[in-house]
Structure formats: structure tokens, C-alpha cells
Write a protein that binds this ligand. Structure first.
Ligand code: UD1
Length: 370
């Protein structure tokens, strides 16, 4: 069985790493190639993750880069079609919900190639999110839908997906987290930055709905500045957010420096996987609009405040440590107050988020296709 594994953007890398490792256990049955679309291309958004995760270098790099959604998606499709025609895979595996996920799915299916989607069935029901469109288009076309929880199974069944295509396997991102936790713990970064366990918050922010409108972004930054008066916030900044902050002239909200000296929102370049895991493990609070971080904090038992009105990962609120607050200043502040005024950590780990999801995926594929 010849498989093309697809990655494109930062959140894909930690999902694909354990799948590749699990495939390597079947050298007689599986031949696999890693395709990087090049959606993310900055050293700190891409290569650093390959190094951290011990991933093999991509066999094929499409180098598509940034652009409008149509441009980026179209470029990936044109380049990936050539790869499919040349390599003639039996199966393509896509992960997550980025433009690369959808573009490669459509391309492969139109050539009659089977596609498996890892992290299928997540739904925010918010069609303003580009990722929701990517999820819907991907899932309707795929032959194998590997899910992280039973809510996703129900979403898919509700959309008419045949039950025999759905496989509840658990969460590959958590495979990676559990594998690297001990290693991340050993890093000296927290001390280098002058941070004490439970003495800081971390922040990620990059959704267009939060960072593209100056009024919305200003409201969020006002709330964060107040929280940062009580607890320093470390903010590894995404390139698109950096661009918007410069465009709107919001630089005064931030501090920079080698060490976190006192209150404030402290900017750093994007961090590597291990560094960020290291910092999140002992954060008092995580503030985010990312998808994956909602799941990682649930497993780490660290309180997470999600600056979005909806989530495609409701299990992190039902069972984990996540609170959805939207992006209005007062709501963000009230949630932070609640979390900071209550001691300890809460939540439980969802079913099958146990470090073995990738093995389950590959077992299914070998049994059915091998
Ligand atoms: C993409 C995903 C999003 C995911 C995020 C994680 C889609 C629709 N969005 O969003 O779901 O949460 O990745 O990071 O696929 N840029 C750089 N260097 C890079 C990559 C991007 O400078 O390596 C800048 C460019 O200005 C680019 C902008 O960031 O135009 C947006 O990049 P893009 O890949 O379109 O989307 P993300 O916002 O990164």
C-alpha cells in the first residue's frame, strides 16, 4: 500500500508525526511519502517543528506559500495533482482543517484516490470560519473518517455519513503531547525567562475574527493588558497577528526583553513545539483562539480561556478545562478573574486520549487496505 501523508501548516505537524511513526512499524505493508504543501514556510512556523518532533524531512515540498484562500487552495491543488499522477498512491492521509487539508482531499478524490481524514467530524457550526468550510468539504469526500471523540461521530452520522466509514480512534495530537511531555519538562526555558511555575499566563491569538478588525483586537488587548497587570502574559506571536498589530499601530500594548521582568504582555517569536509545551505545562492560565491548545490544556489540566464564540471541540469544555468566552473585553476579564481566584486545576481526560490513536489508525488501514 502506497500512502501520501500531507502536512501544510503548523498544527498539522504534531498530528502527522505519530502517524508516520506508527506506519514505520509496518515496513512490509506500507510505503509512505511525506508531502509538505508549504502553506507555512517560515523557519519558526515549519522547520523548527520537524526538528522538535523528530519528523523526517518532507519527501516532496510543493512550496505554495501564502495568498488569498482561493489562490492558496488552487496552487496546492495544481501542484498536488502532479504529485498524485506521478506517484500513483493508493491512499492519501490528511489531518486537521487547514486549506492544505481540503485542497489535497479534493484533488485526490477527483483522481479516484482514496482519502483518510484524521480529526474528522469536528464542527463549530460557524461558516465564517474558513476551517469549518475546510472540515465540511473534507469530510463529505473522505473514505475513512478518524475521530477524536463521540461527539464528532454523531456530527458525521447526522450529516448522513455511513457508519462503516467512521472510526473513533482518539487524538493523535495527544499522542505527541504524551510522548514529549517528559522531554519538554526538562528544558531550562522557564528559568531563562525568569518565570515561576503558576506565575504567568501564555497567549496565542491569530484567528482572522480576532485580529483583522482593529476594534475587536483593541478590546481583546485592553482585557489582556488588565490581566497582565496581575500576571505576566507570554505571547509567542503568529506572523499574521504581528502584521496586523503593526498595521493598526498597537505596539504600545507589548513589552519585549530577554527576561520577563514584571507585569505586561511579553512578545516573543513563535516558539518550538517543546518550548511551548514546556511553558504551558506550568502556566497558571492559557488564553487562546487556537483549536489544538484547547485540547492540550485539557490533558495538561491547565485552565484555558478560549477567545472565541464557539468551538469545534466542545468536549474540552464538557470534560476538560476550557471556558469559551468570546472576544468582548468584559467577558474575558470576568473569566480570568474566576480562574485566577480559584485554586487548583480541574477536568478529566477524554476517552482514548491515551497516546495510542495513531496506532489505531494504522491498524485500521492495514486491516482494510493492506
Ligand atoms: C492557518 C490555518 C489555521 C491554523 C493556523 C495555525 C487555514 C485556513 N488556516 O492559518 O486554521 O489555525 O494556520 O497557524 O488554513 N505567514 C507567514 N509565515 C508563514 C505562514 C504564514 O508570515 O510561514 C503569514 C502570511 O502573511 C500569511 C498569513 O500569515 O498571509 C496567514 O497564513 P495562512 O497560512 O493563510 O493562514 P494562518 O493564519 O497561518
Amino acid at each position: 500500500m502506497k500512502i501520501l501523508n500531507i502536512v501544510g501548516a503548523r498544527p498539522n505537524f504534531m498530528k502527522m508525526a505519530p502517524i508516520i511513526e506508527a506506519m514505520n512499524q509496518y515496513p512490509d505493508q506500507i510505503q509512505h511519502l511525506l508531502v509538505h504543501t508549504g502553506q507555512h514556510y517560515d523557519e519558526k512556523m515549519s522547520k523548527a517543528f520537524f526538528d522538535d518532533l523528530g519528523m523526517p524531512k518532507p519527501d516532496i515540498d510543493l512550496e505554495v506559500g501564502s495568498g488569498s484562500h482561493a489562490e492558496q487552495t488552487a496552487r496546492i491543488m495544481v501542484e498536488f495533482e502532479k504529485v498524485c499522477l506521478r506517484e500513483k498512491p493508493d491512499l492519501v492521509i490528511v489531518v486537521g482543517d487547514v486549506n492544505s487539508t481540503m485542497a489535497c482531499t479534493i484533488t485526490a478524490k477527483k483522481l479516484g484516490i482514496k482519502v483518510a481524514h484524521v480529526e474528522a467530524g469536528l464542527r463549530s457550526r460557524d461558516m465564517n470560519m474558513p476551517e469549518e468550510i475546510n472540515r465540511l468539504c473534507t469530510d463529505v469526500l473522505c473514505d475513512y473518517l478518524f475521530t477524536t471523540d463521540r461527539i464528532a461521530d454523531e456530527n458525521l452520522k447526522g450529516e448522513g455519513v455511513a457508519e462503516e466509514k467512521i472510526f473513533f480512534v482518539g487524538n493523535v495530537m495527544i499522542d505527541t503531547l504524551l510522548k514529549h511531555k517528559a522531554m519538554a519538562e526538562q528544558l531550562p526555558l522557564r528559568e531563562t525567562l525568569g518565570l515561576a511555575p503558576d506565575g504567568y499566563a501564555t497567549l496565542t491569538l491569530h484567528r482572522p475574527s480576532n485580529v483583522d478588525d482593529p476594534q475587536v483586537l483593541q478590546g481583546i488587548l485592553d482585557a489582556l493588558a488588565e490581566i497582565a497587570g496581575r500576571l505576566p502574559i507570554l505571547f509567542p506571536i503568529h506572523p499574521r497577528t504581528r502584521k496586523m498589530i503593526q498595521q493598526f499601530g498597537f505596539e504600545a500594548y507589548f513589552r519585549t526583553g530577554e527576561r520577563i521582568a514584571g507585569p505586561g504582555i511579553w512578545l516573543t517569536d513563535p516558539l518550538g513545539y517543546l518550548e511551548f509545551l514546556h511553558l504551558n505545562m506550568t502556566a497558571r492560565l492559557v488564553l487562546t483562539d487556537s483549536g489544538g491548545l484547547q485540547e492540550e490544556t485539557t490533558v495538561l489540566g491547565v485552565p484555558c480561556i478560549t477567545l472565541r464564540h464557539n468551538t469545534e471541540r466542545p468536549i474540552t469544555c464538557e470534560e476538560g478545562t476550557n471556558i469559551l468566552v468570546g472576544n468582548h473585553k468584559e467577558k474575558i476579564l470576568a473569566a480570568a478573574q474566576t480562574v485566577l481566584n480559584r485554586p487548583g486545576r480541574a477536568g478529566r481526560i477524554p476517552e482514548k486520549w491515551d497516546g495510542h490513536a495513531a496506532e489505531r489508525i494504522v491498524e485500521v488501514l492495514v486491516a482494510r487496505e493492506g
